[in-house]
Design a protein around this ligand. Structure first.
Ligand SMILES: [Fe+2]
Length: 275
């Protein structure tokens, strides 16, 4: 009978099977258990798993505790967590000075239930006023500074909603009109609240991590519509009550602005696993 069949090493002190197991266990000078602990999921992977649990598909809106969970996770996300470096944004400031206002999007993940996308706006770039039909959208500014203006549709029973001169106009209430500078908290919009129609203007080059649940889909009637906003007073003189009430504007559907330049580039940051 040979040594292999006997399962012993040459000296016969340690069985060969046991010796191989020990070698595998301590390879690299660290026990396997310690290496396993070192492979903790990345922040992006943990966020992805949370999104997978939270977004249940078209026609659903996450419950408030789930929204709070995702918002808290996103609040902690940093530029480095999606594989981007601040130096890139210093370079893009130079590009903007040369008139390059192309907005880029990097799609980290997309399914029927949700998508994770990074938008990068050079300084002075504008994502024009647009809607998010049937969606819940989380937006986390990772770097930079931007002005956000957002609206929701006004209650159709609101007295001023009656009969604008231009029948293509629909009354909306201003929800946000403010500057956000990273690091700052995550904002959330809903199908009918939170500023479902919004516009971003980059004051400094910025990157935003967006989570859309569900994503846009032409096949499922969730295409993006663009709007122009018209001052409320263009159609009606303001009464004293109206001046003290919600800030109003008229929105009108428009074609996608011709000067909007948006391109998709490959996401090369930390990978996520869908297992
Ligand atoms: Fe948006």
């Amino acid at each position: 009978m040979g040594a292999g069949a006997a399962g012993l090493d040459v000296a016969g002190a340690v069985p060969a099977k046991r010796r191989r197991a020990l070698a595998a266990k301590t390879r690299g000078g660290r026990p396997r258990q310690a290496r396993r602990r070192a492979q903790r999921p990345t922040a992006l992977q943990r966020l992805f798993r949370a999104c997978r649990a939270v977004f249940k598909g078209p026609g659903t809106v996450p419950a408030p505790p789930k929204v709070a969970l995702l918002r808290a996770m996103l609040d902690r996300m940093r530029l480095e967590d999606v594989g981007l470096s601040p130096h890139r944004f210093i370079r893009t400031r130079d590009n903007a000075a040369q008139g390059n206002l192309t907005i880029t999007q990097r799609i980290i993940y997309k399914s029927n239930n949700f998508s994770m996308v990074i938008f990068h706006l050079p300084q002075n770039a504008v994502i024009p006023l647009h809607n998010h039909p049937g969606m819940t959208v989380f937006s986390k500014p990772l770097i930079g500074s931007m002005h956000v203006k957002s609206y929701d549709w006004a209650d159709p029973d609101y007295p001023a909603a009656l009969s604008p001169d231009d029948q293509q106009l629909r009354l909306a209430e201003l929800v946000v009109d403010d500057v956000f500078t990273a690091p700052c908290d995550t904002s959330v919009l809903y199908p009918t609240a939170g500023g479902n129609m919004h516009q971003f203007t980059a004051i400094a080059p910025c990157a935003i991590l967006d989570i859309l649940g569900p994503p846009y889909s032409i096949e499922e009637d969730r295409d993006c519509t663009y709007y122009a906003d018209v001052p409320y007073s263009s159609q009606h003189p303001m009464t004293d009550n109206e001046q003290e009430g919600p800030r109003l504007a008229w929105l009108k559907e428009v074609e996608m602005p011709g000067d909007l330049e948006m391109c998709t580039v490959l996401y090369t940051g930390p990978p996520i696993s869908d297992r």
